[in-house]
Design a protein around this ligand. Structure first.
Ligand code: HXC
Length: 285
């Protein structure tokens, strides 16, 4: 697909992507760098970070990486300091690093609950607060985008730590959009529906039949493509969205809304048959 945005739309931006070495984080980092942003990616494992940065550099982009563990505030601070030393002041943050597993909630150990909530909620808070403190201190604007999930709003069985932590990130986004707007800081979130990536699919959707079933839940009849996510990411991180703050945008092909409406089951059935049924009902006295 031809590039939708001007090639320099993100010039003068330095954007951090947590969990940027793999999956959707990697796709975001690559797209942002291809549009002129300097990008720093962080994560626990050196190898994917290094590979992703090398890929970006080979395409002419400016990128750096540092290992970090978002669960640890000292590691987060060291990460941002190193990022700024290499590529100058950070202007944008994407809270993308996340952890999740499927488990019955009554069997969760305290350690299991902590592993997810500390990565998702505490990690996003530590990174966001570091940026906010520095942007406010320097009197410069900034943009935060958090990747949440559509079940942050509805809740979901078997992923309780993920659901509560993502709901917390939504509350953080809205709270800080109100509190930090006066400093020129915008915060938004994207709630992606199913976008297949190796990491998430191995953990959460290991069975092809399960994937097919998930696809049927989406009115558009397919999973999302990374580029469809990065289109929105670029828009939200850029000056095009300069008046947009405190919003959570679902990017799910209509999946969540379709699972709620009383008569939405009809969309999964043969459309001709459904229309014939409606005709028959029309005649009912
Ligand atoms: C129950 C589990 C478990 C499981 C781990 N634990 N896996 N409990 N069911 N499947 C428990 C452990 O017993 C331990 O508890 C605690 O969690 C920490 O586990 P560790 O392996 O020691 O920790 P760690 O190495 O930090 O691993 C964390 C992890 C891992 C979450 C388990 O999978 C991870 O780091 N994942 C990151 C990447 C990821 O998950 N990506 C998917 C996100 S996608 P005790 O009590 O023994 O200490 C996503 C999208 C959602 O969220 C939307 C999809 C459509």
């Amino acid at each position: 697909m031809a590039e939708l945005f001007h090639s320099d739309i993100l010039q003068d931006h330095h954007i951090v992507v947590t969990g940027g070495g793999t999956g959707l984080g990697k796709a975001m980092a690559e797209r942002l760098a291809s549009l002129g942003a300097k990008v720093t990616i962080g994560g626990r494992r050196e190898e994917p970070l290094q590979e992703t940065v090398e890929g970006i550099r080979s395409e002419g982009g400016v990128a750096g990486w540092e290992t970090m563990n978002v669960r640890e505030p000292d590691s987060v601070a060291a990460f941002f300091e190193a990022a700024e030393e290499r590529n100058g002041p950070v202007t944008g943050l994407i809270n993308n690093a996340a952890a999740n597993f499927l488990a019955p909630s009554h069997t969760l150990s305290p350690g299991g609950f902590d592993a997810i909530v500390k990565t998702n909620l505490y990690g996003s808070f530590y990174c966001t607060q570091w940026c906010g403190q520095h942007w406010i201190g320097r009197e410069t604007p900034g943009v935060v985008l958090s990747i949440v999930t559509t079940y942050a709003d509805t809740g979901s069985a078997f992923v309780l730590p993920s659901a509560v932590s993502k709901a917390g990130i939504v509350a953080m986004t809205k709270s800080l959009a109100a509190e930090w707007g006066t400093y020129g800081i915008r915060l938004n979130a994207i709630a992606p529906g199913p976008f297949p990536t190796k990491g998430a699919w191995e953990r959460l959707v290991p069975d092809p039949q399960m994937a097919e079933h998930m696809k049927k839940r989406v009115p558009l009849g397919r999973f999302g493509e990374p580029e469809e996510l990065t289109n929105l990411v670029v828009f939200l991180m850029s000056g095009l969205a300069s008046y947009l703050s405190g919003e959570v945008i679902a990017l799910d092909g209509g999946e969540v809304l379709a699972s709620g409406g009383q008569f939405n089951d009809f969309i999964k059935q043969d459309r001709e048959g459904v229309l014939a049924l409606f005709e028959m009902m029309r005649g009912a006295k």
